[in-house]
Write a protein that binds this ligand. Structure first.
Ligand code: RIB
Ligand code: CA
Length: 310
């Protein structure tokens, strides 16, 4: 699978990038870094850090948005992902030299790769901007896999809204309107993609690659943050990791085709909704909402991929 990733690393983004880079069947063609968990420059350095560890600085990093289309300044989330985005890890910016490429260059990648899949792991702004700039080329993208929304469960950033859709609901609606085939990996499934401190230790023990040292610190950090957000939770939900997994393993996901809309303003801003009155009846919709997944397989796969040699 040829994959272009839009991200804001972020601990769960970082784990999703590592999974994609280590996966023998995923070819990462580019990474677009935007505001979200951290500012976009910090997101780009965190991405460069992961690429450097993987020995893949040949993969281009693209310039994403620094705020939503509303023009509001972005809110960051140091209490969840740490001051610098990947928990306790401090990326020494001065020791990285890389070029952040113009966003427009992603269209060349899309034109050259007919079966390209996009995973959007952050706010929807930059991917929506790609549609604004070049809708014709964006219609060539085979599938969009978006981490966003929450269906029939509470939100995480407000009582009703998930952080990515809350961050830029207008752009989220634009993706839903113009994406050719849209797969949503919302909070109702991602919050079940739990990785615990015990899993982290097992990962560290069995890992045969350079990411070995990262797993325990970042998973424990994320789990500690979640223990304050959701008292009683064991471990933390790896939203973005599940989203990339869903693109690689559609056969392990349960989707329902229903037209989705996101509330743009007011108290319910960012709330995603669909008509679930007839749960068993699929609508004629290009929107596919994940309602379930095979957690046992997800865990097995995470172990198999994250521990393998580079
Ligand atoms: O709501 C979870 C999403 O918000 C994830 O993508 C996380 O990384 C943050 O961006
Ligand atoms: Ca993210």
């Amino acid at each position: 699978m040829k994959l272009l990733i839009f991200c804001d690393p972020g601990i769960d983004d970082a784990m999703a990038l590592i999974y994609a880079l280590l996966h023998p069947k995923i070819e990462v063609l580019g990474l677009v870094c935007s505001y979200g968990n951290v500012d976009k420059i910090t997101a780009a350095y965190n991405t460069a850090h992961i690429l450097q560890l993987a020995g893949r600085m040949d993969i281009p990093i693209f310039n994403g948005a620094e705020m939503p289309v509303s023009g509001e300044l972005a809110n960051y989330y140091p209490e969840i992902h740490g001051e610098d985005g990947i928990g306790p890890i401090k990326v020494k910016k001065a020791s990285y030299q890389f070029r952040i490429r113009n966003l427009g260059e992603v269209f060349e990648i899309i034109k050259r790769n007919k079966d390209l899949v996009i995973a959007d792991l952050g706010r929807s702004t930059t991917l929506a901007a790609c549609f604004l700039l070049n809708r014709e080329v964006m219609r060539e993208v085979k599938e969009l896999h978006i981490m966003g929304g929450a269906f029939m469960v509470p939100g995480n950033v407000t009582p009703v809204a998930e952080a990515n859709f809350f961050g830029d609901p207008t752009s989220a609606n634009l993706l839903l309107a113009h994406g050719k085939k849209v797969f949503l990996t919302p909070l109702n499934v991602t919050q079940k993609a739990i990785i615990t401190n015990d899993h982290a230790e097992a990962l560290e023990y069995y890992t045969k690659n350079i990411f070995k040292e990262m797993y325990v610190p970042i998973i424990n950090y994320y789990a500690k943050a979640y223990s304050k957000l959701l008292p009683g939770i064991e471990g933390a939900p790896f939203h973005d990791l599940l989203t990339v997994y869903s693109a690689a393993h559609p056969e392990r996901m349960q989707y329902l085709a229903k037209k989705v809309h996101v509330v743009v303003e007011g108290k319910t801003r960012g709330k995603s909704f669909a008509d679930f009155r007839h749960m068993n009846v699929e609508n004629e919709s290009k929107h596919h909402i994940a309602l379930g997944f095979d957690y046992e397989h997800f865990l097995q796969e995470v172990f198999q991929i994250l521990t393998r040699p580079l």
